[in-house]
Write a protein that binds this ligand. Structure first.
Ligand code: T46
Length: 136
């Protein structure tokens, strides 16, 4: 599985840093929703689902956390710890977010509005979804 990481260009000057992200330019899809999580309790694992169609880019803009990506046959772990780094998460990837530092703020750019029916929350259902996609 290829992990697609983004390194965003900071506009730094003597005052500090600024990162600007535009749809189709820095983010490879139309941004329909932005959300973020913070004050995550130590030891918590978030996510544990895939999506039918949602694409996302995750950026840990403060602190750090790990993202486990699972395509049904392989898993990879990405450490997000820089405000200028992001990771692309396709719909058909089972994701888990964990090891949040106390100060972590995980920002997410999403290609679709919130839709509970887009979630695949059962792991066996996810495996069947991936199989169906690859085998047609
Ligand atoms: C994902 C990972 C990376 C909303 O009302 N609107 C929203 O846009 C979102 C994302 C959530 N919610 C509500 C639904 C739940 O009652 O917020 C609550 C927590 O959501 P959830 O348990 O889905 O959060 P995570 O951290 O497990 O997953 C989230 C996204 O839902 C998901 O799409 O890929 O972050």
């Amino acid at each position: 599985m290829q992990v697609v990481k983004y390194v965003f260009q900071p506009h730094g000057d003597e005052r500090g840093q600024l990162i600007a992200l535009e749809e189709f330019k820095d983010i490879p899809f139309r941004i329909k929703r932005v959300y973020y999580m913070y004050d995550t309790i130590a030891g918590v694992v978030r996510g544990k689902h895939a999506h039918k169609s949602l694409e996302q880019i995750l950026v840990c803009i403060h602190g750090s956390c790990k993202i486990k990506l699972d395509n049904g046959s392989e898993t990879k772990v990405v450490l997000l710890e820089k405000p200028y780094e992001g990771v692309y998460v396709a719909n058909d990837i089972w994701r888990e977010m964990y090891d949040f530092s106390e100060d972590a703020v995980l920002l997410v750019f999403a290609s679709e509005l919130y839709d509970e029916t887009d979630y695949i929350r059962d792991y066996n259902e996810f495996l069947a979804f991936v199989k169906e996609k690859t085998e047609g």
